[in-house]
Design a protein around this ligand. Structure first.
Ligand SMILES: [Zn+2]
Length: 307
């Protein structure tokens, strides 16, 4: 079964969150497969896992069960007895069942509510604000996210499924290439991190990639100018280290530390110039100088009305 089809089939377990069923005569609602009882289809309830349900029983409606069909089978399970008790307590009418959208507002379907109902929620990690910040260049965000997830295709990962002639780091040629080395321990990466700490006016970030990640989460907290410049520069370093590694692997131009640094300063400076409001202050002046941004220009930004 294809990945996309599996994903679509999984959605059926969440669909009850956006539908509401009001029972009438029970003839238009499937007993096992629709969410008429406690907003969940009975067929996916754990309590019914061991129960063998015949095909014709599986296709029965709420009305069929209400008139007594299959009741002896359903009563074998304690949860089944609870469902039957509930069904006898509500008394079906002679009206038709009503299936309506819950995700409606003023008679209109709200796509955001549907989206919230069907999207998968992963674990929220504590580095999310650093990686997915609006103050980071989007293509840098993506590489930084891969780096935090440990998903960059470094040579140690490639070795797990393919023989490659050389598994050493292409930035220093002295050590095996794995993420902690490439972004932390490598002499090339260390030089870039040192330039970054000088430009930011902070204590050294040297150490392992794991240590750098922890320190970065502290230093990037908040929405002040220096924190935003930090986020922007941090992501740019990871992106450019990875870009330089790829350029060397695929035999393109090799840049030295100064060249990589000037390229990432260019990227960050271009983004910082677009920020709508930069406060005036000595620290901001120094940061602007380090990131080649015209301080007077960004601190005197005004909104002009189009005439
Ligand atoms: Zn290296």
């Amino acid at each position: 079964m294809t990945w996309s089809l599996k994903k679509i089939l999984k959605l059926k377990n969440n669909i009850d969150l956006i539908f509401h069923i009001r029972l009438g005569d029970g003839c238009g609602t499937l007993f096992w497969h629709e969410s008429w009882f406690e907003n969940r289809p009975l067929i996916i309830k754990e309590e019914f896992r061991g129960l063998k349900i015949r095909k014709d029983c599986a296709a029965s409606t709420v009305c069929d069960i209400d008139v007594g069909l299959w009741a002896s089978i359903i009563r074998r399970v304690p949860e089944g007895r609870r469902v039957l008790d509930y069904l006898s307590s509500i008394r079906l009418s002679d009206r038709t069942d009503v299936h309506s959208w819950v995700a409606e507002e003023d008679g209109k379907l709200k796509s955001s509510m549907v989206g919230n109902a069907i999207r998968e929620r992963g674990q929220i990690v504590n580095w999310v604000a650093l990686v997915w910040s609006s103050k980071v260049i989007p293509r840098h965000c993506f590489i930084l996210w891969l780096a935090f997830r440990g998903r960059l295709s470094t040579r140690d990962r490639i070795l797990a499924y393919m023989d490659i002639p050389d598994a050493n780091c292409v930035l220093c040629s002295g050590f095996a290439e794995f993420i902690d080395h490439l972004l932390g321990g490598c002499v090339f990466a260390k030089s870039i991190w040192n330039l970054f700490t000088l430009a930011m006016g902070i204590v050294s970030l040297s150490g392992s990639w794991e240590d750098i990640k922890v320190a970065a989460q502290v230093l990037s907290k908040g929405n002040k100018f220096h924190a935003n410049v930090f986020k922007c520069g941090f992501a740019a370093i990871v992106y450019h280290l990875w870009a330089e590694r790829n350029a060397r692997v695929f035999g393109r131009v090799r840049r030295n530390v100064d060249h990589v640094w000037s390229d990432l300063v260019f990227d960050c400076g271009a983004l910082i110039r677009t920020w709508r409001w930069v406060p005036k202050g000595e620290r901001e002046w120094v940061l602007c100088r380090e990131w080649k941004v015209n301080y007077d220009e960004v601190t005197s930004f005004k909104c002009f009305k189009a005439s």
